[in-house]
Structure formats: structure tokens, C-alpha cells
Design a protein around this ligand. Structure first.
Ligand SMILES: *Cc1c(COP(=O)(O)O)cnc(C)c1O
Length: 513
């Protein structure tokens, strides 16, 4: 049965799709679910009729019928088709896929973490509150922003929270005409969306040829309607905004606030305080910089830190330490309210806490040092490869990541950054972030992180070098890649627009076809 499916799929193309459990099911396919009346009696829970109201009773429960080993093997095969940071290099610029120590997973999986109930009395969850309190304290020390909320569930959610606080701050001062948020064009797409969702008009600030904020354009843009500026530093080109102090002065001088997108803090951990860069509010992605694994949408945590002047607007509750231990404080005077149910993704908080506790202040400096060194080592090799150019800030050292343009390669061979990325899968490494930031043509955004050794760095560069060489010698290899993965080229538009997310949808799609 299984083999038939595989063979049919082999024959149809090179795709080695694993059949679903429904396809693998024995007999007519479905296990008829039956509750043993004796068992119910023994348990003293009454008859099925008493337990489940008539209208909720299912008689057609369609569960596949399989032996336990078949199920185990199915999931093992699926796992083997996957690629993650534990399989190999995963240099996803901006989004930081770094190694997540397994000890942190174990801590986050302890029953003391997973079996907590959000409505438990405070005196029974002192340990959990202490972890939240201590993490906020460590993040404050790391950034110079004294007050933190751990509630937002993602980076973009943190941006939205911060933007709402900026709005509340101006309204509180009777300056609700401040409705413009300045955002550099190199920024992450979520910045524009978060600002707009919080009710701001987005004003885009161009980059200069060095890839930094165009200061002349910024001077033009600031004014009485400026609520603030959202920026990333080092920016998404991996370049440090050398004029950051002047930027902050300009925005502050006009009455606005500085929002710092700290989704990725790998370059500056333990090196510079955000407060010294003039930052008023920032979010940090615990699931990027602070070692919680991420991908496929979660779970994450976008902790938001603020200066004293904004602390009264933080979401509630905040964790505080009093005479009788830790407690949840709901008495934040001008709070923007809750942004999420309960207290955030606590498991992610535990991992970030463990990461910082174990590293200490020396350790975090070592992280940023290795991350920047690795990126510059790779940049020094990659910038010389045929077909590669650096569109912004060419010649500058990078911080934790860098962005190459393959526009020359495309012009000379017709091979796109997408094709190179697909080929890298065949060559055993995960491709970097593609087509971001938008201002770079045929962009590949490379972030080796601190996790990889020199051997791994060289292996990755060799894979990229080979893919680029092949583009000149035999472009078809790249255009038909990948060939060695479980699935080949996907119809990415169809996958995004009409995703098949369940067996039912798959069946329905088959019927329609
Ligand atoms: C990832 C990222 C975000 C958004 O974070 P999410 O957790 O994905 O919402 C924002 N800004 C930058 C620079 C990022 O890399």
C-alpha cells in the first residue's frame, strides 16, 4: 500500500511525498470508534448516552486504522523530510535561526512550567513570577530600558504594543495631532503594518547610498505631526546607523519618540545600551536573539521595554516584587490595557531566562562578538564570488548579517536569487532569507549567527560558490532545483493563496479536480 503510493509518486515526478495516515489506513480506511460500556461503568461516568448529548454524537468518526509502529514510522519519515537548526546551517538573515540549547527545552518542559494554571493564586506560582521578574530585570540591564512587559506574543505584536504606547503618550500630553510614524525603507515589513494598525500614517524615509537613513530626507520629514520613528540598528542591511545620535536628536527635537525594532539583537548584545542610542521604546524577539526555536508561526515572545516616561502606559499586569514576594500589579495608571490573554508565552520566557542566566554578561558579549566575526568572515569570502555585488555600503564591514545582490548573476545567466536558494537545498544547507530588504535587487540576506564553527562557515561558502559557478556553466541545474528534497519546486503562489491545511481540504480539492 505504502509502496504503491511512493511508486506512483516517483513515477509522476521526483516528489517523494509521504502518504497521509488516511491513505496508509488499513481496510476500508476508518477505525470505528466505540466506547466500551463496561469501561464507562467501571469508571463510574455513566453511559455514552448520558455523557454526550444526542446532537453532539458522531457516528462517522473517521480515524485511520493503523498499527502503532506504522504510525511511529510515518512520523519519523516526516521528521526526516524536515530541515531545522539541528540538521545543519540555517542562515536566515534578520530572523536568526540559532542553536537552542536542549537544556532550555528541558526546563521549559518541566511540569512546574507546563502544568501551571493562569488562575492559580500568586503564592503558588512564586517561581514563575520570579522568572518573569528576573528576565525583565536582565533585559533592562542589557538594553538600558528599565521597564518591560513580556506579554506580546511576537515581534510584530511587540511593535504594535509599542506603537499603541507612543500614541497613548502623545494623546496624554494633548498632542493627538502627532499621527505620523517615520520608517526607513529598509525596515522589516511588520514595522509599516504595526504603525498603520496603531492608527499612524506611515512616512517612508529613503536610504542613502551607504545604506543608512538619508539624513536630508529625515530633516525634511520631521515636524509637528511626527509621533515617532521606528528603526533597526544595525539596520536590516546589517549596517550600523552611524548617525543614530543625530537621528534621535532630530526626532526628539521635533517632539517624537524613537521606537527601536530589536527583533534581532545579535550584533549589539552586551556592547551598547539602547538607551545610549536615544531609544524610548523597543521590542526584543525572545524567539530570535534569546534562543527559543521558532518558525511556522510560533510560539514567540516580543518583550517590550520602555524608558521612565512611558512606563505608565505599559500593558497590565506587570510582575513586581513586594514584601510578601512577587505579585501581579494591575495598577498601571494609563495602561493601554492588555494585549494578550494572561501573561505571554511563558515557555519562551523560561528559555530566554535560562539563556541569559547561563551566559552572564561575559557570555552575551561573546555571542555578539562571534556573530559579527562570523558574518564578516563569510562576507569577506562571498563578496568576491562571481555574480555577487553589494548594493549598499559596499566596502563597509557588516554587523551580524549582510545582504548580497545577485542582480549581476541574473543579468549574465538568467538565474535568480530564488533559483540559487533552491539549489542550496540540494547542496545541504538551508538558503538564507530572500528578497528582503526590498531595496536590494535579487537579495540574499545572510546571517551565520554565533552557532556555527569555521568549518561550517567554509562549507556554506563552498555550497554558495558551487551554486554560482553552476549558474554560469549550466543554469538549468539551478532552474530545476531542488532535486534531492522531499518535494521539488512548489507553486508558491498557490501554496500561499490556497493552502491545503487538512486532509479534508485535500480530499475536497481532489474531488474538485
Ligand atoms: C522577525 C522580525 C520582526 C517581526 O517579528 P515576528 O516575531 O516575526 O513578528 C520585526 N523586525 C525584524 C527586523 C525582524 O527580523
Amino acid at each position: 500500500m505504502e509502496d504503491e503510493f511512493r511508486q506512483a509518486r516517483w513515477a509522476a515526478g521526483r516528489d517523494i511525498l509521504e502518504p497521509t495516515l488516511f491513505e496508509l489506513s488499513h481496510g476500508d480506511g476508518y477505525y470505528r470508534f466505540r466506547v466500551e460500556p463496561e469501561l464507562l461503568e467501571e469508571l463510574g461516568v455513566g453511559s455514552p448516552e448520558e455523557l454526550v448529548p444526542e446532537n453532539l454524537r458522531r457516528r462517522d468518526l473517521r480515524l485511520p486504522s493503523l498499527a502503532a509502529p506504522e504510525v511511529a514510522r510515518h512520523f519519523s519519515r516526516l521528521a526526516e523530510m524536515n530541515y531545522g537548526v539541528d540538521s545543519g546551517s540555517y542562515w536566515l538573515g534578520s530572523c536568526t535561526m540559532k542553536y537552542n540549547p536542549k537544556l532550555h527545552e528541558r526546563l521549559a518542559a518541566l511540569p512546574q512550567v507546563t502544568r501551571l494554571h493562569p488562575y492559580q493564586p500568586e503564592e503558588t506560582v512564586q517561581g514563575a513570577l520570579q522568572i518573569m521578574f528576573e528576565l525583565a530585570e536582565m533585559l533592562a540591564k542589557l538594553t538600558g530600558l528599565p521597564h518591560y512587559t513580556l506579554q506580546p506574543a511576537a515581534g510584530a505584536h511587540g511593535e504594535f504594543t509599542g506603537a499603541l504606547m507612543i500614541r497613548a503618550y502623545h494623546q496624554d500630553r494633548g498632542e493627538s495631532q502627532r499621527d505620523e510614524m517615520l520608517i526607513p525603507v529598509s525596515a522589516h515589513g511588520s514595522n509599516f503594518a504595526s504603525a498603520a494598525m496603531a492608527g499612524f500614517k506611515v512616512v517612508k524615509i529613503p536610504s542613502d547610498e551607504r545604506g543608512r537613513v538619508d539624513m536630508a530626507a529625515l530633516r525634511e520629514a520631521v515636524g509637528e505631526r511626527t509621533a515617532g520613528m521606528m528603526l533597526t540598528n544595525p539596520n536590516t542591511l546589517g549596517l550600523f546607523e552611524t548617525e543614530i545620535l543625530e537621528i534621535a536628536d532630530l526626532v526628539h527635537g521635533a517632539g517624537g519618540l524613537i521606537y527601536y525594532d530589536g527583533a534581532n539583537l545579535n550584533a549589539i548584545l552586551g556592547r551598547v545600551l539602547l538607551s545610549d542610542m536615544g531609544v524610548d521604546v523597543a521590542h526584543l524577539n525572545l524567539h530570535k536573539t534569546f534562543s527559543a526555536p521558532h518558525g511556522s508561526g510560533g510560539p514567540g515572545a516580543g518583550a517590550v521595554g520602555v524608558v521612565d516616561g512611558l512606563k505608565d502606559f505599559l500593558p497590565v499586569p506587570l510582575v513586581r516584587r513586594g514584601e510578601n514576594g512577587y505579585y501581579l500589579d494591575y495598577s498601571v495608571p494609563k495602561t493601554i490595557g492588555r494585549v494578550r490573554a494572561f501573561y505571554g508565552n511563558f515557555g519562551v520566557v523560561v528559555k530566554a531566562w535560562a539563556y541569559l542566566k547561563r551566559l552572564g554578561s561575559e557570555g552575551v558579549r561573546a555571542v555578539s562578538g562571534a556573530a559579527v566575526l562570523n558574518a564578516n568572515y563569510v562576507l569577506s569570502k562571498v563578496r568576491r564570488l562571481r555574480g555577487v555585488s553589494i548594493q549598499y555600503g559596499a566596502g563597509d564591514p557588516c554587523k551580524h548579517e549582510f545582504v548580497i545582490s545577485l542582480k549581476t548573476l541574473r543579468r549574465e545567466t538568467g538565474v535568480r536569487a530564488l533559483d540559487v536558494a533552491k539549489r542550496l537545498l540540494d547542496l545541504g544547507v538551508h538558503p538564507p532569507t530572500m528578497y528582503f530588504p526590498l531595496i536590494v535587487e535579487e537579495a540574499l540576506m545572510i546571517e551565520p549567527t554565533e552557532s556555527d564553527s569555521k568549518r561550517e562557515l567554509d562549507r556554506y561558502v563552498a555550497a554558495l560558490e558551487r551554486a554560482l559557478r553552476e549558474a554560469y556553466e549550466d543554469p538549468d541545474i539551478l532552474k530545476t532545483a531542488p532535486r534531492s528534497t522531499a518535494v521539488g519546486r512548489l507553486d508558491e503562489v498557490l501554496a500561499a493563496r490556497k493552502p491545503i491545511l487538512s486532509w479534508r481540504m485535500y480530499e475536497r480539492r481532489q474531488e474538485q479536480a
